[in-house]
Unconditional design. Structure first.
Length: 455
């Protein structure tokens, strides 16, 4: 039987298995799901074994384990290292889901569950593509799997694992499905990811909560001050005002910008999908440029004072915010964190104290388009979709990609099958059955083209 037929015939089995995987709440950020995260690692290990790896193991780390598996058919053949993550983002707010996030359902040919697209659905396509090639005797490369459980919390332990296991992880190329494509008729390959600098700020005013009538107007309100400070971080052109922030940003040539903007993009559709009357971003750049090649700064959460029912007249002692900056090639996460901290403290009025606590970060990444692996991925998409994929720059971050380059000296191919409308990290996350099945097929074609082109 050929791969295509095997995939067709096993469609229901492939779907059922994914639904089982999605029903385990592997939320890495919340320790109340610890047992489930560990159970998910076991699920992945046994799925690799059933699919036909020579060996699969649970590699313990200081945090959640990394599942490793390999099938070495011939040391002289090229080796593909597949990376993915089995952890998911918290499903909150639960009340905004139309069906429970860990009780996957299929509606309108889409699978609804937390992790359906990011990244269980996309990661599991690789296990099923591997199973397909084993079952149809068509695997022509060596394969290694490294599936982690801490991507959504910064991959700190994976970074250590990679540094300590360079030989074990030796390969020719890294293959990842954890990004998006333009739409189901317009395949694309991601060639750039943004980096990240994430921190929490704390503004303290008076030493205790005060009566807002007795003291209001005379003592700094830390929430008011925090809002003013945050507002000042961007000017009227949505340019970030932190000194030095743009110093190392690599500017693209006119030709590169034209190429980027020639990708299909419908601004009206984009606004309609989000129910917004206008977009908003840095002056002088298109929407695709704003998310693809420009850095930005966003408040992810802000709190303080009284938010319970009714009204409480209070001038709070403290205010907090979680702030992220997306970075582009040239910028370094720790340098930007440093610049932010310095600036944020410098702009604080004397009436408050400011604390900046860095969280995780990650470096931006660019993947080459002139490699054998890129050509193989491109050929695979062309064969599966009937159209060559368009290179795109995604706004999200997969910090481990730059680490693979630095530590393992390996390039990555980002073969994503998600859609921006899949609601990853949001309520009602979903993944198209079309994308899941087409992804499995495209992955098998990648191996075929990669081994042929490597000869
Ligand atoms: N899969 C995403 C990253 C992504 C999404 C890249 C869409 C391109 C398109 C990944 O799981 C993720 O969410 N990464 C985090 C960073 C991490 C350090 C928490 C992100 O981008 O916020
Ligand atoms: Mn992901
Ligand atoms: Mn994610």
């Amino acid at each position: 039987m050929n791969s295509h037929d095997y995939i067709e015939q096993n469609k229901q089995k492939f779907l059922d298995e994914l639904l089982d995987l999605l029903s385990i709440p592997s939320v890495s950020a919340d320790s109340k799901f610890k047992k489930d995260v560990l159970k998910t690692a076991d699920f992945i290990k046994s799925s690799l074994e059933k699919a036909g790896v020579d060996k699969a193991e649970i590699c313990e780390t200081a945090g959640y384990p990394i599942v490793y598996g390999e099938k070495i058919i011939d040391k002289n053949l090229p080796t593909v290292l597949v990376y993915g993550h089995y952890d998911v983002q918290p499903a909150d707010p639960y009340e905004l889901w139309d069906s429970p996030p860990f009780e996957p359902v299929i509606k309108n040919d889409k699978i609804y569950a937390r992790g359906a697209c990011d990244d269980k659905g996309q990661m599991y396509m690789h296990v099923k593509a591997f199973e397909t090639m084993m079952a149809t005797n068509s695997l022509t490369c060596n394969v290694k799997f490294m599936i982690e459980g801490e991507e959504e919390v910064g991959s700190d332990n994976l970074a250590i694992f990679v540094k300590e296991n360079k030989e074990k992880l030796a390969a020719d190329i890294i293959l990842i499905s954890d990004t998006a494509m333009i739409d189901n008729d317009t395949p694309s390959l991601t060639v750039g990811l943004r980096g990240l600098s994430y921190l929490q700020v704390e503004v303290t005013g008076p030493n205790r909560d005060l009566h807002s009538g007795v003291y209001g107007g005379a003592v700094a309100n830390p929430i008011n001050v925090l809002c003013e400070m945050i507002a000042s971080l961007k000017d009227e052109n949505n340019h970030i005002t932190i000194p030095g922030f743009y110093d190392k940003v690599e500017e693209l040539s006119k030709e590169e910008r034209e190429a980027l903007n020639s990708a299909p993009f419908d601004l009206e559709e984009y606004k309609k999908d989000l129910d917004i009357d206008d977009v908003n971003g840095e002056k002088g750049y298109t929407t695709l440029e704003r998310t693809g090649i420009r850095p930005t700064l966003d408040v992810n959460g802000i709190w303080g004072g009284y938010i319970g029912e009714g009204a409480k007249t209070v001038l709070p002692s403290k205010a907090y915010a979680k702030i992220s900056m997306r970075l582009v090639p040239g910028q370094k996460s720790h340098e930007i964190t440093e610049l932010f901290s310095k600036h944020f403290k410098a702009i604080a009025p004397k009436s408050v104290k400011v604390k900046v606590v860095p969280h995780h970060g990650g470096e931006p990444a660019l993947t080459p388009t002139d490699s054998v692996a890129y050509a193989a991925a491109s050929a695979a998409f062309e064969e599966a979709f009937g159209k060559a994929p368009i290179p795109t720059r995604d706004g999200g971050s997969i910090p481990i990609v730059s680490l693979f380059k630095d530590e393992l000296k390996l390039n990555t191919v980002l073969m994503g099958f998600g859609l921006d409308s899949d609601a990853i990290h949001s309520p009602n996350e979903h993944y198209g059955i079309f994308n899941y099945m087409k992804g499995i097929e495209t992955i098998t074609l990648f191996y075929k083209h990669f081994s042929e082109m490597s000869k």
